[in-house]
Write a protein that binds this ligand. Structure first.
Ligand code: PBG
Length: 324
């Protein structure tokens, strides 16, 4: 008596394994998040994100040239705004000469083919550290979406290819799409954070931008980690409102959601492997408890296997260097 099927035959050596491998990470998979600060010659390491940096515009230019050489062709921009420029309405977000608007132009001048995506939310600009306008301790939805649409237009004018609303207000995709169309920006895309959870994994990112909420939490707009159907509803609505690409965030804890959304929609699905996911691997591998490169590749591959068409990841450079 022998087993009728021997699955191990297809695992005998690396040659056959590579032939039957279903998912492979390549430079084309990545969106590279970049943190930008004012100044000159600034490259500051983020304390809770080892080997990840905030760049001033001059060094941002250098960084994007290096990314392009590595085959990394899309960046997702975030800016750190000084406290003196923050207010409740995020007024600075609309400044045509603001740091984000200059960062977009810097990237486009350095590498014109680089795809530039920009974060759309008020938190880095908000004196309350919230993603929207605050009144009586509440986050106002419709006042916020009007500003987000203006912010998107301002980024489009500066040269952004895609805007990436990460705020989770209702109706923002419709409002942004409508204003972009009205103003003639028919080709500016929207990559929507559609299923964004109120996650504890964003901690290091908030250190990077000094954008932690000053009171309360983000649970009245970001989703409850306990919910699944709500993620599908949010995503389908964003597509109806005009999103070109939808996103699930964070990654690893939400791969069930990624697969369900992948099966439910026909637009590309992005996944954000967030700052806390990065920090966990860095911390454990610094202690010698995990093999950094192996765990990094396993997680990225798992995200892709779950259904991601693209991955926003702080590991993009590390991963691409490893596989090239
Ligand atoms: C801002 C925004 C956040 C992230 C991306 N855009 C933080 C938040 O919602 O508090 C998190 C990214 C990460 O943790 O890597 N709206």
């Amino acid at each position: 008596m022998y087993p009728l099927r021997r699955n191990r035959r297809l695992r005998t050596n690396e040659t056959i394994r590579s032939l039957v491998r279903e998912n492979i990470i390549s430079p084309n998979d990545f969106l590279v998040p970049l943190f930008v600060v004012e100044g000159k010659g600034v490259k500051e390491e983020i304390a809770s994100m080892p080997n990840y940096y905030r760049f001033s515009l001059d060094l941002l230019e250098k960084e994007v040239k290096e990314l392009w050489k590595l085959g990394l062709k899309s960046v997702l921009l975030f800016v750190k705004v000084p406290d003196s420029l923050k207010d409740n309405a995020g007024t600075e977000a609309l400044n045509a000469e603001g740091l984000m608007q200059r960062a977009i132009k810097t990237v486009k001048n350095a590498v014109p083919e680089m795809l530039v995506m920009t974060d759309i939310a008020l938190d880095p600009y908000s004196s309350f550290g919230h993603d929207g306008v605050v009144a009586d301790g509440k986050i106002l939805n419709d006042d916020t979406t009007a500003i987000l649409a203006e912010m998107s237009l301002s980024h489009a004018i500066a040269g952004a290819d895609f805007v990436a609303p990460s705020d989770m207000m209702d109706g923002r995709i419709f409002e942004i799409r409508t204003l972009l169309e009205d103003e003639g920006f028919h080709d500016t895309g929207i990559i929507s954070y559609s299923a964004k959870y109120a996650s504890a994994f964003y901690g290091p990112f908030r250190d990077a931008l000094d954008s932690a909420p000053g009171f309360g939490d983000k649970k009245t707009y970001q989703m409850d980690p306990a919910n699944r159907e709500e993620a599908i509803r949010e995503t389908l609505m964003d597509i109806e409102e005009g999103a070109d690409i939808v996103m699930v965030k964070p990654g690893l804890c939400y791969l069930d959601i990624v697969r369900e959304i992948k099966n439910a929609v026909t637009v590309p699905v992005a996944v954000y492997q967030v700052s806390g996911e990065y920090a966990m691997i860095k911390a454990a591998s610094e202690k010698g408890w995990l093999d950094h490169d192996a765990v990094m590749m396993e997680q990225l591959t798992a995200i892709k296997r779950a259904g991601a068409n693209m991955i926003a990841s702080y590991f993009a450079k590390d991963a691409v260097k490893l596989i090239s």
